[in-house]
Design a protein around this ligand. Structure first.
Ligand code: XUL
Length: 522
């Protein structure tokens, strides 16, 4: 019987997968795209445009409304919601939702005759939620570092130096700028714990995978760090949900979902985690030694590790591995949005990205290199509003630009992941852009390592469903991985011969170009 549901609340969409764990099959997949499907929130890419410099916020009611729409679509598509034995959630990391002190009653008494958005609207003490793309909290990061005796101390405790997009510095900024609203806030959730709470009909805990992305959790103690809480904002301990093991079962779903969408009342809601920890599970990479690259709104590179190893330059992070131990994560902000900018600027289609770009240019682009930061970057931290090239774009064709943006992205990844000292046999590749053959081949060439892709491309939603199956139905992860985390036969791409000779020296060319930019940025 075990059918399980995984929900992923990401930057640009909310999506779901339903799995049959007996048959090892994907039964149903649905997506709500924020820009297209709930356009009245005026967030074409999932966040509100035109905020102050460096600020990136989203409307939490957009996520809530999308949840209603997602369930309606699942039902319409004939998904067996009445047979779902367990569900769990993956959420874009770091984003936070600010709720009043009586939201517990809202969670517990959701009325199936009203929409979720109308019921949660009065509970918000902050109308918008800062999300992971926000880079506006440099002052707060400095203050938190100072209070703890240096960024190194914050990193030793929490796995990351104070980081602008992380929830702690964001909370501090809210407390400083809107002290009265902060005071009225009774509960601060992450995106993953907020969505899981709505589904469970009660405020549920934050798991150690996503909790580690806040600059508030002490990795060694597996608990909120009292000094970090104090350095962030007064009274914070009382406003945070408790930290829980990722396998925690919250209980049955809210009556709202059983009544309105016929969700099985005996379904077990397993608490949520961040999209990257969830993808680690979905990619079958929870044991050390495997490396995953995800090409999504943000590009991320991550790997499970037994001991927390921190990035000496401070750009990488340590999060909790939902199955125990830790994971390293490096996030690149200029992911899909940068690739889309090139596509748009040049009037290309994804389908002719290969033909128009990669097929017409030689590997290495004849030494033409681009630092592809269309917007401010976080790895490395550079304020930018356009790419920097070592060639004149006006004198070359669109094909050079296509190759330059992709090679620049992958060279930047290669350079900034060297500290992990990982030499994987294969890179596991996921995320929307991974489906493009040319892009996947280029990644194999730049890293001089074979690349493999899995059958299910929605790895974060898949990870949520697998976690639900393990924690909610007691199915061993090993057998789930055998059914769902197999690489697609024929999807493995070997690096082209001669790749190392081309890309090894190009890393240095890229690094030099980047240095000229970071020097000017200081
Ligand atoms: C990770 C990060 C992003 C978000 C959105 O640190 O900021 O990957 O999780 O996907």
């Amino acid at each position: 019987m075990p059918k399980v549901l995984g929900i992923d609340s990401s930057t640009q969409s909310l999506s779901a997968v339903v799995l049959d764990t007996d048959l090892g099959t994907l039964i149903c997949e649905e997506t709500v795209n924020f820009g297209k499907d709930v356009p009245h929130f005026r967030s074409p890419s999932g966040f509100l445009p035109d905020r102050k410099k460096g600020e990136v916020h989203a409307d939490p009611l957009m996520w809530v409304e999308a949840l209603d729409l997602l369930f309606a679509r699942l039902r319409k598509a004939g998904a067996p919601l009445d047979e779902v034995a367990a569900l769990s959630v993956s959420g874009q990391q770091h984003g936070s939702v600010y709720l009043d002190g009586v939201v517990h009653e809202t969670f517990a008494n959701l009325n199936p005759l009203k929409t979720l958005a109308e019921q949660f609207s009065p509970a918000l003490t902050r109308r918008t939620s800062p999300i992971w793309m926000d880079v506006s909290t440099s002052a707060e990061c400095r203050e938190i570092a100072e209070a703890l005796g240096g960024a190194g101390e914050v990193c030793a405790r929490s796995g990351s130096v104070p980081t602008e997009r992380f929830t702690g510095p964001q909370i501090r900024k809210f407390f400083k700028n809107q002290p009265e609203s902060y005071e009225k806030t009774g509960c601060i959730h992450l995106v993953s714990s907020f969505i899981a709470s709505i589904l469970a009909g009660k405020s549920v805990g934050i798991d150690r995978g996503d909790g580690a992305g806040m600059n508030l959790m002490n990795l060694a103690a597996d608990a909120w760090d009292p000094d970090l809480l104090e350095a962030t904002a007064p009274g914070l301990a009382d406003k945070l949900p408790s930290l829980k093991d990722s396998r925690t079962v919250a209980g049955p779903p809210a009556h709202y979902f059983t009544s309105r969408y016929s969700l099985n009342p005996n379904c077990q809601v397993v608490i949520g985690t961040g999209d990257n920890p969830s993808s680690l599970v979905g990619m079958g990479a929870t044991a050390a030694g495997k490396m995953v690259i995800s090409l999504g709104t943000s590009d991320t590179l991550f790997a499970a590790m037994d001991e927390p190893l921190t990035d000496p330059r401070g750009f990488g992070h340590v999060f909790g591995n939902p199955l125990g131990g830790f994971m390293s994560l490096i996030c690149f902000r200029n992911g899909s949005l940068a690739r889309e900018a090139v596509k748009r600027n040049l009037g290309l289609d994804w389908s002719d990205f290969d033909a128009a770009g990669l097929a017409k240019t030689p590997p290495g682009n004849e030494g033409r290199v681009m630092v592809p930061f269309f917007k401010s970057e976080i790895t490395p931290r550079v304020d930018s509003d356009g790419p920097v090239r070592n060639y004149e774009a006006e004198k070359t064709g669109p094909e050079v630009e296509v190759r330059a943006v992709l090679e620049g992205q992958f060279l930047n990844m290669r350079l900034h992941s060297q500290w992990l000292k990982l030499e994987p046999e294969t890179i596991l590749l996921t995320g929307g852009a991974s489906e493009n053959e040319g892009i996947a081949q280029l990644l194999a060439d730049v890293f001089n390592t074979p690349v493999a892709r899995l059958k299910v491309s929605a790895s974060a939603a898949l990870g949520a469903a697998l976690r639900a199956a393990e924690a909610g139905c007691g199915i061993p992860m090993e057998s789930l991985e055998k059914s769902f985390c197999q690489t697609e036969p024929g999807s493995r791409l070997e690096p082209n011969p001669g790749s190392a000779e081309i890309y090894d020296p190009l890393v240095k060319t890229y690094e030099d170009l980047l240095k000229s930019l970071t020097t000017n940025n200081k």
